[in-house]
Write a protein that binds this ligand. Structure first.
Ligand code: CP
Length: 309
Protein backbone atom coordinates (compact mmCIF):
# COMPACT_ATOMS: atom_id res chain seq x y z
CA UNK A 1 0.00 0.00 0.00
CA UNK A 2 2.88 2.39 0.77
CA UNK A 3 5.29 2.96 -2.10
CA UNK A 4 8.49 2.41 -0.10
CA UNK A 5 9.20 -0.94 1.58
CA UNK A 6 11.06 0.62 4.54
CA UNK A 7 10.56 3.88 6.44
CA UNK A 8 14.03 5.40 6.65
CA UNK A 9 13.32 9.11 6.32
CA UNK A 10 10.86 11.66 4.92
CA UNK A 11 13.24 13.16 2.34
CA UNK A 12 11.47 12.42 -0.95
CA UNK A 13 8.69 10.49 0.82
CA UNK A 14 5.41 10.78 -1.13
CA UNK A 15 2.90 13.22 0.40
CA UNK A 16 0.02 10.85 -0.39
CA UNK A 17 1.72 8.11 1.67
CA UNK A 18 2.21 10.52 4.60
CA UNK A 19 -1.52 11.30 4.37
CA UNK A 20 -2.40 7.58 4.19
CA UNK A 21 -0.38 6.96 7.37
CA UNK A 22 -2.03 9.90 9.17
CA UNK A 23 -5.54 8.85 8.09
CA UNK A 24 -4.88 5.26 9.22
CA UNK A 25 -3.46 6.58 12.50
CA UNK A 26 -6.70 8.45 13.22
CA UNK A 27 -8.49 5.10 12.83
CA UNK A 28 -6.16 3.54 15.38
CA UNK A 29 -6.60 6.51 17.77
CA UNK A 30 -10.18 5.33 18.14
CA UNK A 31 -8.89 1.86 19.20
CA UNK A 32 -6.80 3.53 21.93
CA UNK A 33 -9.97 5.01 23.45
CA UNK A 34 -11.67 1.60 23.75
CA UNK A 35 -11.76 -0.34 27.06
CA UNK A 36 -9.86 -3.18 25.31
CA UNK A 37 -7.14 -1.46 23.28
CA UNK A 38 -6.12 -4.33 21.06
CA UNK A 39 -6.77 -5.52 17.50
CA UNK A 40 -5.52 -8.72 15.81
CA UNK A 41 -4.08 -6.92 12.74
CA UNK A 42 -0.45 -8.13 13.12
CA UNK A 43 -1.04 -11.48 14.79
CA UNK A 44 1.79 -13.85 13.82
CA UNK A 45 4.25 -11.05 12.93
CA UNK A 46 7.48 -10.65 14.92
CA UNK A 47 9.14 -7.27 15.41
CA UNK A 48 12.50 -6.49 17.03
CA UNK A 49 13.12 -3.13 18.68
CA UNK A 50 16.84 -2.55 18.22
CA UNK A 51 17.91 0.46 20.30
CA UNK A 52 21.58 1.46 20.29
CA UNK A 53 20.73 4.82 21.89
CA UNK A 54 18.53 5.90 24.80
CA UNK A 55 14.83 6.52 24.31
CA UNK A 56 11.72 6.91 26.42
CA UNK A 57 8.82 7.90 24.15
CA UNK A 58 9.82 6.25 20.87
CA UNK A 59 10.70 2.91 22.41
CA UNK A 60 7.66 2.68 24.67
CA UNK A 61 5.26 3.83 21.97
CA UNK A 62 6.63 1.41 19.37
CA UNK A 63 6.37 -1.44 21.87
CA UNK A 64 2.85 -0.42 22.86
CA UNK A 65 1.87 -0.07 19.19
CA UNK A 66 3.15 -3.61 18.50
CA UNK A 67 1.26 -5.03 21.48
CA UNK A 68 -1.95 -3.16 20.51
CA UNK A 69 -1.67 -4.77 17.05
CA UNK A 70 -1.09 -8.27 18.58
CA UNK A 71 2.43 -8.64 17.10
CA UNK A 72 5.15 -10.55 18.97
CA UNK A 73 7.87 -8.15 20.09
CA UNK A 74 11.46 -8.54 21.24
CA UNK A 75 13.53 -5.73 22.74
CA UNK A 76 17.23 -5.40 22.10
CA UNK A 77 19.35 -2.95 24.06
CA UNK A 78 22.93 -2.32 22.95
CA UNK A 79 24.12 -1.94 26.53
CA UNK A 80 23.12 -5.51 27.47
CA UNK A 81 23.93 -7.29 24.18
CA UNK A 82 26.98 -9.05 22.73
CA UNK A 83 27.98 -5.72 21.15
CA UNK A 84 29.70 -5.27 24.51
CA UNK A 85 31.84 -8.32 23.63
CA UNK A 86 32.88 -6.83 20.28
CA UNK A 87 30.20 -8.24 17.96
CA UNK A 88 29.84 -6.18 14.77
CA UNK A 89 26.73 -4.36 13.53
CA UNK A 90 26.55 -6.76 10.54
CA UNK A 91 26.77 -9.91 12.70
CA UNK A 92 24.13 -8.56 15.07
CA UNK A 93 21.85 -7.84 12.10
CA UNK A 94 22.38 -11.24 10.48
CA UNK A 95 21.81 -13.10 13.76
CA UNK A 96 18.56 -11.26 14.31
CA UNK A 97 17.53 -12.00 10.71
CA UNK A 98 18.30 -15.72 11.18
CA UNK A 99 15.63 -15.80 13.90
CA UNK A 100 12.96 -15.10 11.24
CA UNK A 101 11.71 -11.68 12.19
CA UNK A 102 9.46 -9.54 10.00
CA UNK A 103 10.51 -6.01 10.95
CA UNK A 104 13.24 -4.11 12.78
CA UNK A 105 12.61 -0.80 14.54
CA UNK A 106 16.01 0.77 14.95
CA UNK A 107 17.57 3.72 16.77
CA UNK A 108 21.27 4.35 16.32
CA UNK A 109 23.65 7.28 16.97
CA UNK A 110 25.09 7.15 13.41
CA UNK A 111 23.32 8.86 10.48
CA UNK A 112 22.49 6.28 7.82
CA UNK A 113 22.56 3.30 10.20
CA UNK A 114 19.00 2.20 9.33
CA UNK A 115 19.77 2.40 5.60
CA UNK A 116 22.89 0.31 6.27
CA UNK A 117 20.73 -2.24 8.10
CA UNK A 118 18.57 -2.74 4.98
CA UNK A 119 21.69 -4.01 3.14
CA UNK A 120 22.10 -6.90 5.63
CA UNK A 121 18.53 -8.09 6.26
CA UNK A 122 15.37 -8.93 4.33
CA UNK A 123 13.17 -7.63 7.14
CA UNK A 124 11.36 -4.29 6.89
CA UNK A 125 13.38 -1.55 8.62
CA UNK A 126 11.86 1.45 10.39
CA UNK A 127 14.17 4.29 11.41
CA UNK A 128 13.44 5.33 15.01
CA UNK A 129 16.14 8.03 14.87
CA UNK A 130 19.60 7.84 13.26
CA UNK A 131 21.99 10.32 14.84
CA UNK A 132 21.43 13.88 13.61
CA UNK A 133 19.85 12.65 10.36
CA UNK A 134 16.13 11.75 10.49
CA UNK A 135 13.36 10.70 12.87
CA UNK A 136 10.50 10.08 10.43
CA UNK A 137 7.97 8.57 12.85
CA UNK A 138 8.33 11.60 15.15
CA UNK A 139 7.58 13.95 12.24
CA UNK A 140 4.54 11.87 11.24
CA UNK A 141 3.13 12.00 14.78
CA UNK A 142 3.84 15.75 14.86
CA UNK A 143 1.95 16.23 11.58
CA UNK A 144 -0.92 14.07 12.84
CA UNK A 145 -1.11 16.28 15.95
CA UNK A 146 -1.14 19.42 13.76
CA UNK A 147 -3.92 17.97 11.62
CA UNK A 148 -5.87 17.01 14.75
CA UNK A 149 -5.58 20.55 16.14
CA UNK A 150 -6.18 22.58 12.97
CA UNK A 151 -8.06 20.11 10.73
CA UNK A 152 -5.38 20.49 8.05
CA UNK A 153 -1.64 20.85 7.43
CA UNK A 154 -1.58 22.59 4.05
CA UNK A 155 -1.18 26.36 4.30
CA UNK A 156 -0.32 26.41 8.01
CA UNK A 157 2.66 28.39 9.32
CA UNK A 158 4.90 26.23 11.51
CA UNK A 159 7.95 27.52 13.41
CA UNK A 160 10.69 25.11 14.44
CA UNK A 161 12.71 26.68 17.22
CA UNK A 162 16.09 25.79 18.68
CA UNK A 163 18.97 23.48 17.88
CA UNK A 164 18.25 22.76 14.21
CA UNK A 165 21.79 21.55 13.39
CA UNK A 166 21.71 18.57 15.73
CA UNK A 167 18.03 17.73 15.32
CA UNK A 168 16.79 14.71 13.38
CA UNK A 169 13.29 15.80 14.43
CA UNK A 170 13.79 19.14 12.65
CA UNK A 171 15.01 17.56 9.41
CA UNK A 172 12.18 15.03 9.21
CA UNK A 173 9.62 17.73 10.09
CA UNK A 174 11.04 20.01 7.38
CA UNK A 175 10.78 17.32 4.68
CA UNK A 176 7.33 16.20 5.83
CA UNK A 177 5.76 19.62 6.38
CA UNK A 178 7.04 21.01 3.07
CA UNK A 179 5.72 17.92 1.24
CA UNK A 180 2.33 18.43 2.92
CA UNK A 181 2.13 22.10 1.88
CA UNK A 182 2.91 23.88 5.17
CA UNK A 183 5.13 26.95 5.42
CA UNK A 184 8.12 26.42 7.73
CA UNK A 185 10.35 28.96 9.48
CA UNK A 186 13.41 27.81 11.42
CA UNK A 187 14.64 29.91 14.31
CA UNK A 188 17.66 29.64 16.60
CA UNK A 189 21.18 30.95 17.11
CA UNK A 190 23.14 31.17 13.81
CA UNK A 191 25.57 28.58 15.21
CA UNK A 192 22.72 26.05 15.48
CA UNK A 193 21.21 26.55 12.00
CA UNK A 194 23.00 24.83 9.09
CA UNK A 195 24.16 27.18 6.29
CA UNK A 196 22.03 27.10 3.09
CA UNK A 197 19.17 25.23 4.78
CA UNK A 198 16.79 27.57 2.90
CA UNK A 199 17.48 25.31 -0.11
CA UNK A 200 15.07 22.81 1.50
CA UNK A 201 12.26 25.35 1.02
CA UNK A 202 12.18 26.84 4.53
CA UNK A 203 12.57 30.40 5.87
CA UNK A 204 15.17 31.24 8.54
CA UNK A 205 14.78 33.84 11.28
CA UNK A 206 17.04 34.68 14.20
CA UNK A 207 14.25 36.55 16.02
CA UNK A 208 11.95 34.27 18.01
CA UNK A 209 9.41 37.06 18.68
CA UNK A 210 8.97 37.55 14.92
CA UNK A 211 8.36 33.83 14.52
CA UNK A 212 5.84 33.76 17.39
CA UNK A 213 3.95 36.64 15.68
CA UNK A 214 3.92 34.74 12.38
CA UNK A 215 3.31 31.11 13.30
CA UNK A 216 0.14 29.07 13.92
CA UNK A 217 2.21 26.54 15.88
CA UNK A 218 5.80 26.22 17.05
CA UNK A 219 7.70 23.00 17.59
CA UNK A 220 10.29 23.69 20.30
CA UNK A 221 13.44 21.57 20.14
CA UNK A 222 15.65 20.29 22.91
CA UNK A 223 19.12 21.76 23.27
CA UNK A 224 21.23 18.64 22.62
CA UNK A 225 24.22 19.17 24.88
CA UNK A 226 25.40 15.58 24.30
CA UNK A 227 25.84 16.16 20.53
CA UNK A 228 27.31 19.66 20.67
CA UNK A 229 30.95 19.21 21.67
CA UNK A 230 32.22 22.81 21.99
CA UNK A 231 29.85 25.47 23.25
CA UNK A 232 27.81 26.82 20.36
CA UNK A 233 26.18 29.54 22.44
CA UNK A 234 27.59 31.42 25.43
CA UNK A 235 25.30 30.16 28.21
CA UNK A 236 21.96 28.49 28.93
CA UNK A 237 20.83 31.77 30.48
CA UNK A 238 21.57 33.70 27.28
CA UNK A 239 19.89 31.01 25.15
CA UNK A 240 16.77 31.19 27.32
CA UNK A 241 16.71 35.00 27.12
CA UNK A 242 17.06 35.08 23.32
CA UNK A 243 15.26 31.92 22.16
CA UNK A 244 13.46 30.34 25.13
CA UNK A 245 9.67 29.96 24.91
CA UNK A 246 9.00 31.66 28.21
CA UNK A 247 5.77 32.75 29.89
CA UNK A 248 6.82 36.43 29.66
CA UNK A 249 7.60 36.13 25.95
CA UNK A 250 4.22 34.53 25.13
CA UNK A 251 2.37 37.16 27.18
CA UNK A 252 3.72 39.78 24.77
CA UNK A 253 1.96 38.13 21.82
CA UNK A 254 -1.71 38.79 21.26
CA UNK A 255 -2.74 35.65 19.38
CA UNK A 256 -2.82 32.15 20.80
CA UNK A 257 -0.12 29.88 19.54
CA UNK A 258 -0.01 26.09 19.67
CA UNK A 259 3.08 24.78 21.46
CA UNK A 260 4.68 21.46 20.52
CA UNK A 261 7.78 19.69 21.80
CA UNK A 262 9.01 16.22 20.72
CA UNK A 263 10.54 15.53 24.15
CA UNK A 264 12.56 15.01 26.18
CA UNK A 265 12.17 18.61 27.43
CA UNK A 266 14.75 20.72 29.22
CA UNK A 267 12.27 22.70 31.30
CA UNK A 268 13.65 26.16 32.08
CA UNK A 269 16.01 26.09 29.08
CA UNK A 270 14.18 25.95 25.73
CA UNK A 271 10.70 26.00 27.30
CA UNK A 272 9.25 27.16 30.62
CA UNK A 273 7.35 24.64 32.72
CA UNK A 274 4.29 26.90 32.77
CA UNK A 275 4.28 26.97 28.94
CA UNK A 276 4.81 23.21 28.59
CA UNK A 277 1.90 22.59 30.97
CA UNK A 278 -0.39 25.30 29.55
CA UNK A 279 -3.66 24.74 27.66
CA UNK A 280 -1.96 25.80 24.41
CA UNK A 281 0.56 22.96 24.63
CA UNK A 282 -0.31 19.73 22.77
CA UNK A 283 2.81 17.89 23.95
CA UNK A 284 0.97 14.97 25.56
CA UNK A 285 -1.38 14.71 22.54
CA UNK A 286 1.79 14.23 20.49
CA UNK A 287 2.76 11.35 22.79
CA UNK A 288 -0.65 9.65 22.42
CA UNK A 289 -0.62 10.23 18.66
CA UNK A 290 2.83 8.61 18.64
CA UNK A 291 1.26 5.26 19.57
CA UNK A 292 -1.47 5.60 16.91
CA UNK A 293 1.00 6.76 14.22
CA UNK A 294 3.37 3.89 14.95
CA UNK A 295 0.45 1.44 14.84
CA UNK A 296 -0.43 2.82 11.40
CA UNK A 297 3.17 2.64 10.15
CA UNK A 298 3.67 -0.95 11.34
CA UNK A 299 0.27 -2.00 10.02
CA UNK A 300 0.78 -0.49 6.57
CA UNK A 301 4.40 -1.64 6.16
CA UNK A 302 3.62 -5.17 7.31
CA UNK A 303 0.94 -5.71 4.70
CA UNK A 304 -2.20 -4.11 6.10
CA UNK A 305 -4.52 -3.34 3.20
CA UNK A 306 -7.62 -1.98 4.76
CA UNK A 307 -8.27 -0.88 8.26
CA UNK A 308 -9.86 -3.62 10.39
CA UNK A 309 -10.23 -1.70 13.62
N1 CP B 1 10.96 12.30 20.84
C1 CP B 1 11.82 11.28 21.07
O1 CP B 1 12.42 10.70 20.14
O2 CP B 1 11.96 10.95 22.38
P1 CP B 1 12.83 9.73 22.93
O3 CP B 1 14.27 10.06 22.65
O4 CP B 1 12.52 9.64 24.40
O5 CP B 1 12.43 8.49 22.18
Amino acid sequence: MLKQRHLLGLEGYPAEDIQTIIDTAFGFREVLDRPIKKVPSLQGKTIVNLFYENSTRTRISFELAQKRLSADTVNFSASTSSLKKGESFKDTAQNIEAMKIDAIVMRHPSPGASLHMTKHVDAIVINAGDGTHEHPTQAILDMMSIQEKFGKIKGLKIGIIGDISHSRVALSNIHGLIAMGAEVTLCGPPTLIPPNIEELGVNVSYNVDEVLDWADAVNVLRIQMERMGIGLFPSIREYRNLFGITTERLQNHEKEIVIMHPGPMNRGTEIDSSVADSKNAIILDQVLNGVASRMAILYLLLGGKQLEV
